[in-house]
Design a protein around this ligand. Structure first.
Ligand code: URA
Length: 443
């Protein structure tokens, strides 16, 4: 039965319907999201609904309806006035995932407009916005008008879901973060795509992570998520592709906001960890091809390489940071970013090869040190986190440093040390680190 304008939304009935595994109509989903925005649906009801979806899932049609209803909960930006192709990248979330911070300026330096809307930390994973805010003065809360103006002037803006872009997702995301309802394919699909469809892009490249530090633990689940994202995105008229990438170890050597920002800025200087550079170039090549700026992967990689080597990517990042109120000198000299003052180094208890660097444990360890939030209203400690000194395959002698922990609260170090010790495994056999790139899903 369809609902008339003044009919009440029977929220308990809708929650029960999903709880019992029944399909919801497009109208029911839209009224739930509209009600969430106008106060007729409370946070606790929306959390219960998210839990029902977590257990019962959603059909493709329901996921499309949820995505479009969340997109339409705010403004949909029209970037039609910009002639250059507009392409964004989004990761489903990992540990030490600071790719966006180096990728966006490199791709923008190649002539693609990059309207990048990112999130905060979610569950055990960090968020690009929290990392960027480690740069003194950097503002992620641009209005839609400022966002548009910066894209026109600079060709790239790194913003949060402020203004009026997919506000339903912003609120639901915060609830999911603290109610154990993150790892759901329809909820992740609608969350990511609602905000991406609102930001005015032509094409989107997704980094779908798989493994212990990802929300999708198995390759099968990650492929299903990638296909769901690509199908829903294409149905909404965008060019969407996904790279399936490994998340069984943190990316690079750092976890935490300032630490990861420093590492990402190092990539713009032509250095930085090899796996971070590899991921950045693989995703960047996919973006340049989606934009039509490069025909082949090899050509795209050449363009990206030049942008780093001749300093245009670094200058682009300075422009972005300056335009968003941040201190651009940090881009030139990343070590100016402050790290938390209380520190502890975890050392190898015996000789051996590093056989495991557990990203989930380390993600939670960093969260506990203050790098993430335990409650939605918490502030993050920008200087908190973990610097790894080793990665899988490295040899460590007894007493050598494996990781250094940082926190502004000394009392938080002890639990972090215990978790970090359990996250780092040593063994007799030398293992090869896994390749980050697993597959590309383009249909
Ligand atoms: N990233 C998002 O934007 N949303 C999710 O639900 C998970 C990762």
């Amino acid at each position: 039965m369809s609902r008339k304008k003044n009919d009440p939304i029977l929220v308990p009935e809708l929650i029960a319907k999903k709880r019992d595994g029944n399909a919801m109509s497009e109208g029911e989903i839209r009224s739930l999201i509209d009600g969430f925005m106008d106060g007729a649906v409370t946070d606790y009801q929306m959390s219960a609904f998210a839990m029902a979806v977590f257990f019962q899932g959603m059909s493709f049609d329901e996921t499309v309806a949820m995505t479009l209803a969340m997109r339409d909960s705010g403004q949909v930006v029209d970037l039609g006035g910009l002639s250059a192709p507009k392409v964004d990248k989004h990761s489903t979330g990992g540990v030490g995932d600071n790719v966006s911070i180096c990728l966006a300026p490199i791709v923008a330096a190649c002539g693609v407009v990059v309207p990048m809307m990112s999130g905060r930390g979610l569950g055990h994973t960090g968020g690009t916005l929290d990392k960027l805010e480690a740069i003194p003065g950097f503002r992620v809360d641009l209005s839609v008008a400022q966002f548009r103006q910066q894209l026109r002037k600079v060709g790239c803006a790194l913003i949060g879901q402020t203004g009026d872009l997919a506000p339903a997702d912003k609120r639901l995301y915060a609830l999911r973060d603290v109610t154990g309802t993150v790892e759901s394919i329809p909820l992740i699909t609608s969350s990511i795509l609602s905000k991406k469809l609102a930001e005015g892009i032509d094409a989107l490249v997704l980094d779908v992570k798989v493994g212990r530090g990802a929300f999708m633990k198995t390759e099968g689940e990650a492929r299903e998520l990638a296909r769901s994202l690509v199908r829903v995105g294409r149905l909404a008229g965008k060019r969407v592709s996904a790279l399936l990438t490994d998340m069984n170890a943190p990316i690079g050597y750092t976890i935490g906001n300032a630490l990861e920002t420093i590492e990402a800025l190092e990539v713009l200087h032509g250095s930085g960890p090899e796996d971070l550079r590899e991921l950045t170039f693989a995703l960047g090549a996919e973006m340049l091809r989606a934009a039509g700026v490069a025909k082949t992967e090899a050509q795209a990689r050449r363009l990206l390489g030049h942008a780093v080597a001749d300093g245009t990517a670094l200058r682009k990042m300075q422009e972005i940071v300056g335009a968003q109120g941040g201190d651009p000198s940090v881009v030139e000299e990343p070590s100016r970013l402050k790290l938390a003052r209380h520190r502890h180094t975890v050392r190898a208890p015996e000789d051996g090869y590093v056989t495991g660097v557990d990203p989930l444990e380390l993600g939670y360890a960093a969260l506990g040190l203050g790098a993430g939030r335990l409650r939605a209203e918490d502030a993050v400690d920008p200087g908190a986190g973990i610097r790894l000194h080793v990665r899988v395959g490295d040899r460590a002698r007894a007493g050598e440093p494996l990781a250094t922990l940082y926190s502004s609260k000394r009392a938080l170090l002890e639990a972090g040390v215990r978790r970090t010790e359990s996250a780092l495994r040593l063994g007799k056999r030398r293992l090869k680190p896994r390749n980050r790139l697993i597959d590309a899903i383009r249909r």
